[in-house]
Write a protein that binds this ligand. Structure first.
Ligand code: UDP
Length: 412
């Protein structure tokens, strides 16, 4: 058997005060059409990164509205996750080699996991490239409808990787992508669902945390509450550009010497590259003690992330590639204007000049950071607009509705 992820309970009714009864009623109506459906989500990790973040809320909510939903994770060791991390980068367009040996490793682990996979399901949702070979190696038995859910930006993939993965991907009955333009060349799905990710407003990270409470948590990490703080929350990953954030911070510091920077990131189990890039980030920070590089080994968990997002003066997500950027959604939900890289799913969320600023360079990032630091009222106005934008479009209830719609469509 594949490992089952243990989950707490969630109730759709608890979301009604946030999203309104129109939204929850609509969900219940659609759920009625797929009542008792057996659903399993399969991905690579139960901890760290956006996919785990979504499933931890989505699966319990699917249960609450009457489906038999589960979440399972595939097995892998560093040799597999090194290949899948390279694949993630290659599929997002990085120039990299994809050797025959790497392909063999990916196939072997998918074969092994396919043997471990058991049970009977109406809907099997396979997330991202790591387990994309399960259907091929397992065969269709056990699943009526196989769905592939892509969370990454595959609009301009490195063909070496894309051509290898497309036959496996195309075997699925339906595809879900974050944006239309992410559906890479040669991939055809009918139905194809365009579903941007969402956040759970009731998770420990996103529930409202009183400012003084959040501040005392930051003080515990050594942050000086009397001085301004810029924060980026993200994995230590080249596409998240923590090095660019440090460079932008240094430019801001030339104008506002008391400014501090926090780079907050968890070390995910499927991301061996993270440690290497963490070292690189620390070297760029050098001996500047106003830069705080913090991760789960320091005691950063979901709640602490929420505290940093609540109590920082400016939140940045300076990615150079970004499938969607849940951290941006989280930051906007905290009522903060966000400075985001003008890439991938970030422009869906950061409406330039309204819910924050989109930037294309280190200079631009420094300039807009300075502007928000020096103009708390503007920051606040943008944050309020951002929170409403998220409420309408990027909360977990919308995600649940979109999945139920796809299931209902497939079931017909
Ligand atoms: N995250 C976290 N702790 C950290 C860093 C990140 O819990 O130290 C979470 C973050 O809050 C967000 C998710 O991991 O919910 C990252 O999702 P995103 O879409 O921004 O990026 P990904 O890591 O999936 O590329």
């Amino acid at each position: 058997m594949l490992e089952q992820v243990a989950l707490g309970a969630k109730k759709l009714a608890d979301y009604e005060p946030i999203v309104g009864s129109d939204v929850t009623q609509e969900i219940l109506q659609i759920a009625e059409q797929v009542k008792d459906a057996r659903v399993v989500h399969i991905n690579a990790t139960a901890f760290g990164g956006g996919v785990a973040e979504i499933l931890v809320a989505l699966v319990p909510l699917m249960r609450d509205v009457g489906l038999h939903a589960e979440w399972q994770v595939i097995e892998g060791t560093d040799e597999f996750f090194n290949v899948t991390k390279a694949s993630h980068n290659g599929l997002q367009g990085m120039a990299l080699d994809f050797s025959a040996e790497m392909k063999e490793i990916w196939k072997n682990y998918n074969k092994k996991n396919a043997q471990l996979f058991e049970g009977e399901y109406d809907f099997i949702v396979v997330h991202d490239p790591q387990p994309a070979g399960l259907l091929h190696f397992h065969g269709r038995e056990g699943g009526k409808h196989w769905i592939w859910r892509c969370h990454i930006d595959t609009s301009h993939p490195n063909p070496e990787f894309w051509d290898f993965y497309t036959p496996y991907i195309n075997m699925h009955d339906a595809g879900i992508f974050t944006m239309e333009q992410y559906v890479g060349p040669g991939v055809h799905f009918d139905p194809l669902a365009i579903v941007p990710p969402t956040i759970d407003p009731l998770s420990p990270k996103n529930v409202d945390i009183p400012l003084n409470e959040a501040q005392s948590v930051l003080a515990g990490f050594g942050i000086d509450l009397q001085r301004p703080l810029i924060t980026q929350v993200s994995r230590f990953d080249p596409w998240k550009d923590p090095l660019g954030v440090i460079d932008a911070y240094k430019m801001v510091k030339a104008q506002v010497p008391e400014v501090q920077l926090a780079l907050v990131g968890s070390m995910a189990t499927d991301d061996p590259e993270g440690w290497y890039f963490l070292d690189k980030t620390s070297r760029r920070a050098g001996e500047d003690h106003d830069i705080y590089i913090l991760h789960n080994f320091h005691g950063i968990g979901a709640y602490e992330v929420g505290c940093f997002q609540t109590a920082s003066d400016v939140l940045i997500q300076k990615s150079t590639r970004e499938g969607f950027g849940l951290v941006v959604t989280e930051a906007l939900w905290k009522g903060k204007g966000v400075i985001g890289g003008n890439v991938g799913g970030i422009p869906l969320q950061v409406i330039d000049g309204k819910t924050g600023f989109l930037v294309d360079s280190i200079d631009g990032c420094a300039e807009k950071t300075l502007e928000l630091l020096q103009n708390p009222q503007l920051n606040n106005e943008m944050g309020q607009a951002g929170r409403e934008h998220v409420r309408k479009n990027y909360l977990i209830t919308r995600h649940l509705r979109d999945y139920l719609n796809l299931f209902a469509q497939l079931a017909k």
